[in-house]
Design a binder for this molecule. Structure first.
Ligand SMILES: Cc1cc2nc3c(=O)[nH]c(=O)nc-3n(C[C@H](O)[C@H](O)[C@H](O)COP(=O)(O)OP(=O)(O)OC[C@H]3O[C@@H](n4cnc5c(N)ncnc54)[C@H](O)[C@@H]3O)c2cc1C
Length: 337
């Protein structure tokens, strides 16, 4: 096993934060995981890095950082309506979406262009444009560091929620996700409920909707709205959209008649965090090289040399001002390291 010492993680995180990892190892096959557990010369503290598109590095990474390079895609079952595809966790998510589209398998086309790896997709139940990946996940397999064995969880075992799963709680830092099985549809079930998609399809002159057309529309919308990490460091949405009670929402609506919302249940609504942050005057604000993006207030950015601590501090100021103005507690979506 080829361990690299004190490597800069700048190319390995989309925020472009320059900190080092003490011990860095590329994991290229599953059997390395039992070997790592059994090797007493290796640090016991371990963490897993995929595409680095949902982390904020606030300090050097101590212990062993495992960079996921597990590759492979395999159809393991199919029937008249569905196909079950096992995808190794180091595959690039967007490449898998494009592969599925090329085969005519639907279910994940709305999730095109989300950066990162397949292994991180169950972690926070990635979602966009009216679709969450949990609706296509059949099972998730992982190596459990403490139990010293490979385990497979079914969809229900994973406790999926909005940008949430068991992997962010009970199993946080305890597992290396090795593969995910997705159940995709052979007959497409188009989801164009998100207004922007129908508008984009219309703009593109699409009359016969296909999964490829939906992915193209999503790619066009995302490219126009979200900053490209290759040009400006960021981790996508930094905060989750908060869910609040109808009572709080009604009180806020009297003061802020334009406040947007989406129903979640009979008693709760979701409010876009970007709107709340914008109302607090943060859109386009910059503190040194840390900033709130000028087009999308939900996205914090690194203009070049910001440290993780500076971005963390800025996120804290945003949280405080939203709490003071609206009485709402925002939660960070990005994992803080
Ligand atoms: C421009 C941009 C747009 C984005 N848009 C969206 C969006 O629309 N919807 C959305 O949901 N997210 C979005 N994201 C966030 C991000 O792309 C996803 O959360 C993605 O799934 C992260 O994948 P990753 O491989 O980069 O994970 P990393 O950042 O490498 O890791 C994230 C966390 O998952 C853990 N992890 C990763 N892989 C494994 C594994 N194999 N086993 C165990 N733990 C693991 C890590 O330890 C870490 O805690 C966006 C990010 C960017 C930069």
């Amino acid at each position: 096993m080829e361990i690299v010492r004190n490597i800069s993680l700048k190319p390995y995180n989309t925020f472009g934060i320059d900190v080092t990892a003490e011990f860095f190892l590329e994991v290229t096959n599953e059997q390395m995981l039992p070997a790592i557990t059994g090797d007493s010369s290796l640090p016991l503290q371990r963490c897993v890095l995929g595409g680095g598109s949902n982390i904020l590095l606030t300090k050097p990474v101590t212990g062993l950082l495992l960079h996921n390079r597990l590759r492979g895609v395999e159809v393991i079952r199919e029937d008249e309506n569905h196909v079950w595809v096992k995808v190794c966790s180091g595959e690039v998510w967007h490449d898998f979406v494009m592969f599925a589209i090329s085969k005519g398998w639907s279910g994940i086309e709305n999730l095109a262009l989300i950066p990162g790896t397949v292994g991180a997709s169950p972690m926070q139940n990635i979602g966009a444009y009216g679709v969450e990946v949990k609706d296509t996940i059949e099972s998730v397999s992982f190596w459990h560091w403490e139990e010293n064995r490979f385990i497979t969880y079914s969809n229900t075992d994973c406790d999926f929620g909005y940008r949430d799963s068991i992997f962010k709680h009970e199993l946080k830092d305890k597992v290396f996700i090795t593969a995910v099985v997705y159940r995709l549809n052979k007959t497409p079930n188009f989801n164009t409920s998100y207004g922007a998609i129908s508008q984009e399809l219309e703009k593109m002159g699409v009359t016969d909707i296909t999964i490829r057309a939906i992915a193209d529309a999503v790619i066009a919308i995302r490219s126009s709205k979200l900053p490209d990490p290759k040009e400006i460091g960021n981790s996508g949405s930094f905060f989750k959209n908060p869910t609040i009670s109808n009572a709080l929402f009604d009180a806020l609506k009297e003061q802020y008649p334009d406040i947007p919302s989406y129903p979640v249940s009979d008693s709760m609504v979701k409010v876009p965090a970007g709107w709340l942050i914008e109302q607090c005057g943060w859109k386009g604000k910059r503190e040194g090289d840390a900033g709130v993006h000028a087009k999308q207030a939900l996205v914090l950015v690194n203009y070049g040399a910001a440290t993780g601590a500076e971005i963390w501090n800025l996120s804290g100021e945003v949280l405080t001002s939203v709490k003071n103005k609206f009485g709402i507690d925002l939660e960070r979506e990005v994992q803080i390291w």
